[in-house]
Write a protein that binds this ligand. Structure first.
Ligand SMILES: *Cc1c(COP(=O)(O)O)cnc(C)c1O
Ligand SMILES: [Zn+2]
Length: 418
């Protein structure tokens, strides 16, 4: 499968094939992204038989997601585009735990990634793979964060970048992507509309649209968030992990990561309950879970403060649903009000400033504890996936808590006692 494994610039990769997630047909790992027979998505299959990876080796490596490079779908390590994504802090959060009446919560703080969200993980892998496959331009369809992450990695790689976003995307995210030099196509419609147009463009141009025509490779990057969690709590799977869901790809990647770490012996068993979290205004996966449905019904017009999760027709929806059930976990949704409360609680108790998707994780956790689905003694890891700086408009209510005074002492006393 890896004919060039020993030639210059190529180290040994472990990708065996791309496999259809429905019918199981296998394909050589090239530019193909959908099954030729049933059009279902493909996933990367590895052959780890000859892999020699251990904890000590990983411990001494770079503090980025590339410390797990053998478990990522890259053969040519010289093409790796690394702007420092990954190996973010996992902190025990005692004040948050107290507020939620839990004994132990860890927050995985992915707000500190180079472009401010966990999307730097899949973008780093996808842009590296695009270079390896010989693409001359990259791009994506995005609810905002992926646009910035792809644009930043494209800048580092010296590739042009085209991003498709819905026109109601938060301004901070759009301007950030533009600053990295991306060409931005703002579609007056939903994310699904933007995604459809991007797919059309990728057919017409020779672009690697990271979450469309190289999606099987792209989604692999997100596994690293779960690899890190296991490593950071002492090479074991956590009891529960709360994952915000848009397309459901992150949750599926977390599940694959646990299985792969178990397969190669870096952890023992996968015994983690996956907890999928969505905003009520766009909660097709959580609603399917709660109604015991085997199908995920698309939401036509998502309406939520958590714009990064506003994907009405989630590409990985049924796979996320299956993974949650297989893990004996839960899915739940939270209202916009609960989401904003979740963001504020996280900021005020732990000093972590998150965008609404982070508030979704906290709000759903709070709900499940109150409903008795998670008991006080269980350990919970909460993924906080994006920075509050990306959606400042949500915090506008705090403007009134700013006290303005003249540059002398006349009003000082009032101001500090107020
Ligand atoms: C994209 C995104 C997610 C979840 O993404 P999936 O589409 O489910 O993989 C979660 N949080 C943030 C901040 C995101 O940008
Ligand atoms: Zn198939």
């Amino acid at each position: 499968m890896i004919p060039h494994a020993k030639s210059v610039g190529f180290e040994k990769g472990y990708v065996k094939s791309l496999k259809c997630r429905e019918c199981g047909r296998e394909y050589p790992p090239t530019k193909i992204y959908a099954c030729e027979h049933c059009f279902a998505p493909l996933e990367v299959i590895y052959d780890f038989d000859s892999l020699n990876l251990n904890k000590d080796l990983i411990k001494n490596r770079e503090k980025t997601l590339w410390r797990y490079r053998e478990l990522l779908p890259i053969n040519d390590y010289e093409k790796i585009v690394d702007i420092g994504a990954g190996f973010t802090p996992l902190k025990e959060c005692k004040r948050l735990a107290e507020a939620l009446n839990l004994r132990r919560i860890y927050v995985k703080n992915d707000t500190v990634n180079p472009t401010g969200s966990f999307k730097d993980r899949p973008a780093s892998v996808a842009v590296s793979k695009a270079l390896e496959l010989g693409f001359k331009a990259v791009g994506c369809a995005s609810t905002g964060n992926l646009a910035a992450a792809t644009a930043a990695h494209a800048a580092k790689a010296g590739l042009p970048c085209y991003v498709f976003i819905p026109s109601d995307t938060e301004k901070g995210k759009v301007l950030q992507a533009a600053a990295y030099g991306a060409k931005i196509i703002s579609v007056k419609g939903t994310y699904d509309d933007a995604n459809r147009l991007a797919a059309q463009a990728s057919d017409e141009c020779e672009w690697a649209l990271v979450n469309i025509n190289i999606r099987p490779y792209y989604v692999e990057g997100s596994k690293t968030i779960a690899f890190e969690v296991c490593e950071q709590i002492g090479w074991r799977p956590p009891e529960n992990i709360v994952v915000p869901m848009g397309s459901g790809a992150l949750l599926c990647a977390v599940w694959r990561a646990l299985k792969q770490f178990d397969e190669i012996g870096l952890i023992n068993g996968t015994g983690t309950k996956l907890i999928g979290a969505q905003p009520e205004g766009c909660s097709p996966i959580a609603k399917a879970f709660k109604s015991k449905s085997e199908e995920v019904f698309p939401v036509e017009k998502p309406k939520t403060v958590a714009k990064s999760l506003a994907i009405g027709d989630p590409g990985d929806g049924i796979y996320a649903l299956r993974a949650i059930r297989e893990s004996e976990g839960f899915a739940e949704y939270a209202t916009d009000e609960e989401i904003v409360e979740g963001m504020k609680l996280l900021a005020k108790t732990e000093g972590i400033f998150a965008e609404p998707a982070g508030g979704v994780s906290i709000a759903v956790l709070k709900k499940l504890v109150e409903q008795g689905e998670i008991s006080r003694d269980e350990e919970v890891v909460c993924l906080v996936t994006g920075s509050g700086f990306k959606s400042l408009e949500v915090f506008s209510s705090y403007a009134s808590s700013v006290i303005e005074i003249p540059p002398d002492s006349t009003r000082l006393k009032d101001a500090i006692s107020g």
